[in-house]
Design a protein around this ligand. Sequence first.
Ligand code: NAP
Length: 310
Amino acid sequence: MTRISTPFSAKTTAAEILTGVDLSGRRIIVTGGASGIGAETVRALRGAGAEVTVATRNPGDGRRALDLSDLGSVRAFVAGWSGPVHAIVANAGIMALPTRQVAANGWELQLATNFLGHFALITGLHENLRQAGDARVVMVSSGAQLRAPFDFDDPHFERRPYDPWDAYAQSKTADVLLAVGIAGRWAADGITANALEPGYIHTNLQRHLDEATMRAFGAMDDEGNLLTPDYYKSPEQGAATSVLLAASPLLDGVTGRFFSSANQEAELVQGGPDATTGVAAWSMDPSAADRLWDYALAATANAHEASNAS
Ligand SMILES: NC(=O)c1ccc[n+]([C@@H]2O[C@H](COP(=O)([O-])OP(=O)(O)OC[C@H]3O[C@@H](n4cnc5c(N)ncnc54)[C@H](OP(=O)(O)O)[C@@H]3O)[C@@H](O)[C@H]2O)c1
């Protein structure tokens, strides 16, 4: 399969992606759209005329309440939605929590927030996506998906030692597999799904990282001042690939693919400790995507039954 290329680069901003594009009448949900990359995604989509709903834990002006780690909150959001959804940008996320934290239902918090909550949201809005006729699902993953496959034996670190980066990595692998799973299931509804890595951007995401880790990224000096290495992007550039996948006509009909922060389709590589670029074969594996779909469907259904029973 030929890899898709675009005229854009790692330096292209989200607004530049949408130059000349009219999104009037398109209703788009951006999770975690109140800060960081999400806020810039929202700004660019609104700038092109889209009606954007910001789904956030802190609702307010133009924002709707959504806590992805709480299935009750996800279900309330879904129940409160009516009419078509033209795109969902699954952007909200948390990274590398230093110790194992769990949601109220016992799920490891990164998996709950980054993947399972989004799975419940997107599958809950399937009919609304179908109504749009040409809806797009955008999974904001990460280069971290290169680090670890999804661990079907122990996804919540109940038996294996907790590792902050492995927990983040498997949640981001799961995000890519969800795009693959949607591509394989919902094409007849006109729904496409793709995933991306935004690159390195200074945002609130790094709040759990210690100074040694920030220095290892080249993002902090010895005095604790933030540095911006050349390979870092501004938030406006960091939002570009999300916007490309959510709304650019260049991606019409494209589904089940992974795009790099340079706004090009990524190369398929073997994941592992030495992998630095591309998308891991384990993230794009259709059989893993099927297995994950079944796992997530059962997990979210069981959690619903448990909360009804309590
Ligand atoms: N920045 C980077 O270098 C980088 C690199 C690779 C991938 N990414 C990915 O990019 C995405 C956006 O991250 P960012 O860098 O823009 O970080 P950010 O500024 O921290 O934004 C993440 C957003 O996620 C939301 N969020 C967290 N927990 C939530 C929950 N339980 N329910 C609903 N929303 C929740 C937060 O929204 P509220 O607190 O307002 O609810 C926050 O606005 C993430 O998926 C991240 O993994 C970022």
